[in-house]
Design a protein. Structure first.
Length: 323
């Protein structure tokens, strides 16, 4: 009598599928509760690490199950492949973070003005001037040929389109007054929050804009703040082109002249002296009239009303006698 052994079924393949099915909900739920401010960022990082660990276990179990099934045969290939795919999806944020960690500098606070950066609401000091100048030489102050008030409205429009939450604002008063606003930007996937400060100052050609973006947590932003500032300037240029047309770029060393030029280049410059007295009265244009108008020919002054005349008469009686 022949004894038929049951086919081999890989327990590692089943475990891989379970790990993968558990890793994805952990990552999704942790991102949702972090966006809703139910957990803090350190607590979210613990949940994120748990989800990544489950994804790593799914991939590792799938590879081990595949190796055993290749040697012994049996059932479980489908579960191993599905668990490996789920594990890769769960580990994709870690792969993206490792790539960004390798290509971007270790910075978490970026400003277009490294000498005098805009102040954040938290009062965080800026200490990345030298490192940022080497890593991001393209992120500098921008000058525009429009008034500060108009530039403020355009920048605020870009902030709203980018879904920034404006927390404080110094709106424009007079056309040439400085303006600023504070905002919070939230990342799309895991809801990391970054603080933003934007400042607009009057400039000889129009207005000067500086922006600062800083991560609240961690010493490495994975390039998020620099990319945010670049995207902001691109969107701001698009808004200004739609409103004003193509604006001529402003050179960094461009300044307006101190004094306006004379209308006639050959005319002598006026010295610091009192303005000249008016000349003679114009000649009469009537034919046959006298060359000049005498004091007897001038029209009499219009008589004041009675109530105003009494006021002036009282002022004359009260005035001291002339010496």
């Amino acid at each position: 009598m022949r004894k038929i052994l049951p086919p081999f079924r890989s327990r590692l393949a089943a475990a891989s599928l379970q790990f993968g099915r558990l890793a994805l909900p952990v990552l999704v739920i942790s991102a949702l509760v972090h966006r809703a401010d139910i957990v803090t960022t350190p607590q979210f990082l613990v949940l994120l690490t748990l989800g990544l660990l489950l994804g790593a276990l799914a991939c590792g179990s799938a590879l081990a199950a595949g190796l055993v099934l290749w040697q012994r045969g049996g059932h479980g290939w489908a579960k191993a492949v599905r668990g490996f795919v789920y594990g890769l999806i769960a580990l994709s944020p870690a792969f993206v973070a490792l790539y960004a960690f390798a290509i971007y500098p270790r910075l978490a606070d970026i400003s277009t003005d490294t000498a005098n950066p805009p102040q954040l609401a938290s009062g965080r000091p800026f200490t990345n001037g030298e490192s940022q100048a080497e890593a991001y030489p393209d992120l500098v102050s921008r000058r525009f040929r429009i008034p500060p008030a108009d530039l403020h409205q355009a920048a605020l429009q870009v902030a709203m389109r980018s879904r920034w939450t404006v927390t404080a604002e110094l709106p424009p008063g007079m056309p040439d007054e400085p303006t600023r606003f504070q905002a919070v930007a939230t990342s799309l996937v895991f809801a990391f929050r970054d603080d933003i400060a934007l400042r607009i100052l009057p400039d000889p050609v129009g207005a000067k804009l500086d922006i600062r973006s800083a991560s609240r947590f961690g010493a490495h932003d994975l390039g998020a703040n620099a990319n945010r500032i670049r995207s902001f300037f691109e969107d701001l240029d698009a808004v200004l082109v739609a409103a004003y047309g193509t604006l001529e770029p402003v050179e960094e060393d461009e300044e307006l002249p101190g004094d306006l030029p004379l209308l006639d280049p050959n005319a002598p410059q006026r010295e610091n002296s009192p303005p000249p007295l008016p000349g003679a009265k114009p000649e009469s244009q009537e034919p046959g009239g006298a060359d000049t108008v005498t004091s007897e020919e001038t029209a009499p002054l219009e008589q004041l009303p009675d109530d105003l005349s009494e006021i002036y008469e009282e002022d004359r009686r009260d005035a001291p006698p002339a010496r």
